[in-house]
Structures are given as C-alpha cells and as structure tokens.
Design a protein around this ligand. Sequence first.
Ligand SMILES: Nc1nc2c(ncn2[C@@H]2O[C@H](COP(=O)(O)OP(=O)(O)OP(=O)(O)O)[C@@H](O)[C@H]2O)c(=O)[nH]1
Ligand code: SF4
Ligand code: SF4
Length: 306
Amino acid sequence: MLIDRFGRPVTNLRISLTKECNLNCFYCHREGQLDGERRMTPEEIERIVRIASRLGIRKVKLTGGEPTIRSDIMEIIRKIRPYVIDLSLTTNGTTLYTLAEKLKEAGLDRVNISLDTLDRKKYKMITSFDVLDQVLKGIRKATRLFHPVKLNMVVMKGINDEEIWDMIRFAGKVGAILQLIEIEVPREMEDSQFFKDFFYPLKPLEEEFEKMAVEIRERKMHRRRKYFLPVDGKIVEVEVVRSMHNTIFCMNCTRLRLTADGYLKTCLLRKDDLIDILGPMREGASDEELVEVFKRAVLLREPYWK
Ligand SMILES: Nc1nc2c(ncn2[C@@H]2O[C@H](COP(=O)(O)OP(=O)(O)OP(=O)(O)O)[C@@H](O)[C@H]2O)c(=O)[nH]1
Ligand code: SF4
Ligand code: SF4
C-alpha cells in the first residue's frame, strides 16, 4: 500500500475522463484541471488502473467535466472493472435517462448526481441550461438501478440555501443520499468576490442535524459525517462535505487524482502538483517504471489545510 509522508494511505483514484462538460455551472472547478491537449485512451486508463490496483488502490471514481459525454465511457468501465472493488461515477445527470442501464451493464457500481436546486429557473441560472426535467428523470431511473445514489448539492448563499430542507425531503422521496457540499476555493481565492458572495457555512446546520439525528456515522475518508434524519416519516441520510479550513478533512484524504490529459495530481486545490504518467507510458515505460511515477506523486502529497 502507498502511504504518504503524513501517514495517509492512498486507496482511491479519481479519474477525470474529460474536462469538457455539456453544462456550464458558474462555480465549476473542473476538478482543478489545466488546459492540456492530450487525452487518455481506454487502454491507457486500464493500464494505469491495473498498476494502481497492484499498489492497493482499489476504489475508482470517474469524474469530468462530465464523464458520460465520452463516447467510449462503456468501454472504459468494462476495461477497468476487473481491477476495482468500488467503481463509481460523478455526473451532472443529464445523460442518465438514456445511459443508466448501459452503465450498469458495463459494470458501474454507483453514481453521484449533481443537483443544486429543484427550481427550473434557478437550475437554468446556475448551469446555463434548461434541463432540470431531464436530470430528474435520470435521477429516478438511477435510483432504480444503483444503490446508493447520492445527490450532490453545492450550497450557495442567496441562491439555494433556502432549499436545503426541500432537497432533504426530495432525497427521501426518491431513496437517495443527499450530500451537502460547502463551496471550496484555494487560499488565493478566499478574498474573491465569488467566495464572499456565495460561501454558506454548513457548521450551524450540522449542529441542528446533530440534535435531531437518530444516528450519526463518521466515514473514514475525510472523517465526513453522515446524519440519519427523520423527515416526513422516513429516515434520510445526509452527508456533509465541509472542506474549507478543515484540517481533519485533509488529514483523512485518501485520494489521488488523474487528470484527463494523464497527470497524477495530489490535491484538488493545488496547481503545483502534477506528475506526468501518460508521457512516460507513451514513451514505452515498463510497469515498474510507472510504479515509480506513482510513488513520486505520493511523495508530493500533503494536506492542503494544515
Ligand atoms: N477538498 C476536497 N473536496 C472534495 C474531495 N472529494 C470530493 N470533494 C467535494 O465533494 C464533491 C462531491 O464529490 P463526488 O465526486 O460526488 O465524490 P465523493 O462524494 O467525494 O465520493 P464518494 O462519497 O466516494 O462517492 C466534489 O465536487 C468536491 O466539491 C476532496 O478530496 N477534497
Ligand atoms: S456539471 Fe459539474 S463539471 Fe459540468 S459545469 Fe457543472 S460543476 Fe462543472
Ligand atoms: S488534501 Fe484536502 S483539499 Fe486536497 S484533495 Fe485532499 S481533502 Fe481535498
């Protein structure tokens, strides 16, 4: 197993399949990617995942941009399936209505779907596209096929903070877990107008959850807390993703990232941490040499907030 200088094991790989997206959310961080031209093929992704699995990384998350806009998405899933024990995908949900069954057949275990609002006008304002109905249909289909399905709500002051309880009820109705996500920015953006305008702290809400939850669980990863809340005669699972200035979150970060253009990346919020793995691979590096590339990336890892 790979363990970094801070004693953190690396057990997950987040693979961005493309930085392109069919939506245009105004807060999007595109997984912190730069504008590279290269793109990994399914065979190259498979080889990287195979080597990662040898090193104890058995959980893989496919992300973007929007990962399902790649026409070879099913091939990628089929190819990496044998090396992985938890294969998940984070999507904006726009394609799920048509693709969910095929994703399942290809071997995907579960999906996380972005959904910031249930209001059609607001959805369009946030994403620039009037496709809320299409996404809701996709969510309903996904909940019939995958367990669990998580809904990702980025909470933004003055935009959707008043909808949190409606979203909790909606998650309960469709049988999904709701993830409430605090806006996160790198240090250099903390004084930005964007952060000042939209940051909505989730701590007070967590205190409310603590009082009413019938059960609270803490995940190993990021030590994120999950609250089981009694709402409308159901128990709804709500997970809180609160990363800004959260040293405990970063000390329990077990992820390595792989950008769509083939660089290992150690942290969502850093820009100085890219280690090229696709380049050496295309120049004929052996598996052993690629293991060394992984080890170099792991050496660079450090908690962002510490
Ligand atoms: N700072 C930070 N934020 C993260 C990290 N992982 C996820 N997030 C935030 O959480 C959001 C949702 O992440 P997802 O891609 O759905 O995955 P996840 O919830 O972390 O993963 P699972 O719980 O395993 O499904 C992301 O858009 C980020 O805002 C991380 O390692 N660091
Ligand atoms: S759906 Fe996700 S990747 Fe696409 S623009 Fe919105 S936040 Fe970014
Ligand atoms: S170190 Fe912290 S900010 Fe960076 S990816 Fe891990 S949890 Fe996120």
